[in-house]
Ligand binder design. Structure first.
Ligand SMILES: Cc1ncc(COP(=O)(O)O)c(C=O)c1O
Length: 398
């Protein structure tokens, strides 16, 4: 028997993937599950992007590109960052990756020495923590307050800084909370990074999925000094319904990008070349599509949040961005069903799945001990049916 490495033994299994395989198993048993656990748009990739993908295959764009990505895509990303985010990055300061996930992993590997601390406001996307651990770093979790809508509390970040702080990961709009950070918060955070000399890794993957009058601000656009201390990460997965195409990117200080390219050149090489070609179309020719997707998500958000707040004991903040409701379900802890006591979001999610055939993600997966994540990336009909079923299950808890 070959031992599994210490490194892998230290890694938590993905709670969201475990749930997905349970849901798949129940579907195989012909159970009609409503999947509110998904972290991807339920829309199809726009037709014009698909056509470009086919064109790439027909034109022989099927070979390696440079590890850092095809120049035409890095030029399109550079233009997008300038026009939409007001940040001036040259193509040579941009790396194209296999999804934003790889950009984040490469970044953490590129900067983190053993024992370096990386600050992460929570609730947060679970992969950040496992990536930091893999790189030998120490994740320092900083819980944000639900009563403030999980908004960024910069004073809490300031108190967590030590001489080992190497970086901070922010994610606005946020998965799972829907929080969107404002200019004042970002300026104060940027000031902390400059004065304490750490890197801000800014995961902006949900930037276009934002509601009402809330505005996405790229922290790197706030000043040259802040830009020098920021790595901007983004990708095409969520905005253009392209999760399976696997294109992400990072833009930032040259030495960090260079180290990330070096790592990528020895691990996965370039991101897939037909997807790189099609992603130029995504970045340049999809304005109307993005507007209509956002409007539809906005309708679903309002409907789901109202339904949740109407359920006994549940409180749900209206998310400012992304596509998840994140209700507080503490009220149900201590209640029972069939002699089974609910103690955690995981227990409750299990009951909702088994009794109501609704898949939701327990908050533990995001370091949130009192919440469930319920994706509204689903049709209004399914959301309506799912909310009815969830309400019926909750009424059975005594
Ligand atoms: C907050 C956050 N960052 C990054 C990613 C990775 O996206 P991708 O690798 O598909 O670009 C996800 C996907 O779920 C996410 O929710």
């Amino acid at each position: 028997m070959i031992d599994i490495s210490q490194r892998m033994n230290n890694m938590e299994p993905s709670a969201t993937l475990a749930l997905s395989s349970k849901v798949a198993q129940m579907k195989r048993q012909k159970k009609n599950i409503i999947a509110f656990n998904l972290g991807e748009p339920d829309f199809n990739t726009p037709e014009n992007i698909i056509e470009k993908g086919i064109e790439a295959l027909n034109e022989g764009i099927t070979k390696y590109t440079p590890a850092e990505g095809a120049l035409y895509l890095r030029e399109a990303i550079s233009h997008k960052l300038l026009v939409e985010n007001h940040i001036n990055y040259m193509p040579c300061d941009i790396l194209v990756t296999n999804g934003a996930k790889q950009a984040l992993f490469n970044a953490i590997m590129a900067i983190c020495n053993k024992g370096d601390e990386i600050l992460v406001p929570t609730p947060c996307w679970v992969s950040y923590i496992e990536m930091i651990k893999l790189a030998g770093g120490v994740p320092k979790l900083i819980p944000m307050n639900e009563k403030d809508g999980f908004s960024l509390d910069v004073s809490k970040i300031e108190s967590a800084i030590t001489n080992k702080t190497k970086a901070l990961i922010i994610n606005s709009p946020n998965n799972p909370t829907g929080a969107v950070y404002n200019k004042d918060q970002l300026e104060r955070l940027g000031h902390l990074a400059v004065t304490n000399n750490f890197l801000i890794i800014s995961d902006e993957i949900y930037e276009k999925l934002i509601y009402e009058d809330y505005e996405h601000i790229s922290i790197s656009s706030l000043s040259q000094e802040i830009k020098n201390h920021t790595l901007t990460v983004n990708g095409v997965s969520k905005t253009y319904a392209m999760t399976g195409w696997r294109i992400g990117y990072a833009a930032g200080p040259s030495d960090i990008i260079k180290a990330m390219v070096n790592l990528q050149s020895h691990t996965t090489s370039n991101a897939n070349s037909p997807s790189q070609y099609a992603s130029v179309e995504a970045l340049t020719n999809t304005k109307a599509y993005v507007v209509s997707m956002r409007e539809e998500f906005g309708r679903r958000r309002n409907y789901m949040v109202n339904r949740l707040n109407d359920m006994e004991g549940i409180t749900c903040i209206s998310p400012k961005g992304a596509f998840y409701a994140f209700p507080n379900v503490e009220y149900y802890f201590g209640k029972r069903i069939n002699n089974h006591i609910i103690k955690t979001p995981k227990d409750l999610a299990e009951v909702i799945l088994m009794e109501g055939q609704i898949a939701v993600v327990p908050g533990e997966a995001f370091y949130a001990p009192n919440n469930l994540r319920i994706s509204y990336s689903n049709s209004i009909e399914n959301i309506s049916m799912g909310m009815d079923k969830m309400e019926r299950v909750l009424k059975k808890l005594v």
